[in-house]
Design a protein around this ligand. Structure first.
Ligand SMILES: Cc1cc2nc3c(=O)[nH]c(=O)nc-3n(C[C@H](O)[C@H](O)[C@H](O)COP(=O)(O)OP(=O)(O)OC[C@H]3O[C@@H](n4cnc5c(N)ncnc54)[C@H](O)[C@@H]3O)c2cc1C
Ligand code: SF4
Length: 312
């Protein structure tokens, strides 16, 4: 059974039902599990998709396709736009939505296996920790060891972001993600809670942005490590900066120590090296993820070199 509500007031999500936006994550999970639950399809809701600039920033409807985010915010919010335009494939970006991206479930192969249980699928253990975790975390802060899947959540950490739910409540992207410690969750939404919109601040004066992902093939894959940076540059010096990395922990991480190095600096090779190494502070890799420590340094370095080119 599929419901197609037309307005936010029409949305009801009974126990056992699931909401669907673009369906690019949900349908794959349902197919693997051979499940056919009651679906509440959000795509026909008036006002669910669309980007509206305002004086204090931008409102992005939760049902806005990722391709539109990448295209329409390229000039004003380059860090978010480049990150969004660099993920998945053109087909997935044309179909998948920003709201669905933020609350997609983990890509861990144990979780996605229809016959295995783990913390995230109702079990009471993590088979990946003692088993295979080649794509796992480097910052080990949870009993779950697979990184958070959302590149867009990582980019939004660099903005003053508010997530608005259909009932009008608002919280930060950190509130939506949680601290990553609970191994059963990828986000903090309860059953039936729906993201109506994402609000982000206006561009900084002299804003530049860059993004880079280290990935095992050209596209159609989640990154091993990814990095996004947002910087306000005046007279060649960085006066404000936000930097986050993904693929390394059960939530994407904002890197305060690295940002402190960037602010006030001219982006030369020595600064880039210092920032890249600062991003590995506190890393505690698993037996199979030691390679990601070097990859963090390489990925942050490449991201900052791209930022350097955009400033020049
Ligand atoms: C080959 C491939 C590569 C990919 N690579 C990346 C990558 O590198 N980085 C990355 O970030 N993503 C990647 N993705 C994931 C992709 O971005 C997501 O599948 C997509 O963003 C999900 O959006 P959707 O609208 O299709 O969500 P859906 O599949 O419709 O829903 C996803 C989940 O969110 C829930 N949901 C949907 N909308 C809402 C809402 N508004 N409020 C509350 N809950 C909601 C659904 O119930 C479901 O649980 C990749 C996907 C593929 C297929
Ligand atoms: S890493 Fe997380 S998702 Fe994977 S098996 Fe362990 S608990 Fe499940």
């Amino acid at each position: 059974m599929i419901d197609f509500p037309n307005t936010y007031d029409d949305i009801t999500v009974p126990k056992g039902a699931v909401v669907r936006s673009g369906g690019t994550d949900l349908q794959e999970r349902l197919r693997s599990a051979n499940a056919q639950p009651h679906i509440v399809d959000l795509t026909g809701i008036k006002g669910f998709a669309g980007i509206e600039p305002g004086p204090a920033g931008v409102r992005i409807g939760g049902g806005t396709r990722m391709a539109a985010v990448a295209r329409e915010l390229a000039d004003s919010h380059p860090a978010l736009a480049i990150t969004t335009g660099g993920l998945a494939t053109p087909q997935v970006r044309a179909q998948g939505t920003i709201g669905g991206n933020l609350v997609q479930r983990t890509r861990c192969w144990y979780y996605r296996h229809p016959e295995l249980d783990c913390f995230k699928s109702g079990g009471d253990s993590c088979p990946a920790r003692e088993g295979r975790h080649l794509y796992g975390v480097v910052f080990d802060n949870s009993e779950c060891v697979h990184p958070h899947p959302s590149s867009i959540a990582m980019a939004l950490l660099c903005y003053d972001t508010e997530i608005e739910l259909v009932d009008g409540r608002r919280g930060s992207v950190q509130d939506l993600l949680g601290d990553g410690v609970d191994p059963t969750r990828d986000h903090t939404l309860e059953h039936g809670e729906v993201i109506a919109a994402i609000h982000i601040d206006a561009p900084w004066e002299g804003e530049h942005g860059a993004y880079f992902r280290s990935i095992s093939r050209f596209e159609a894959e989640w990154p091993l490590v990814e990095c996004v940076v947002r910087a306000a540059v005046v007279d060649g010096a960085i006066i404000q900066a936000a930097l986050a990395i993904g693929g390394v922990a059960t939530v994407p991480l904002r890197m305060a120590e690295a940002e402190a190095v960037l602010v006030g600096a001219v982006l030369d090779d020595a600064t880039i090296s210092q920032v890249a190494h600062a991003c590995t502070a506190g890393a505690a890799p698993l037996p199979e993820t030691g390679y990601k420590v070097d990859l963090i340094v390489a990925t942050v370095t490449e991201t900052l070199e791209r930022l350097q080119s955009s400033i020049a």
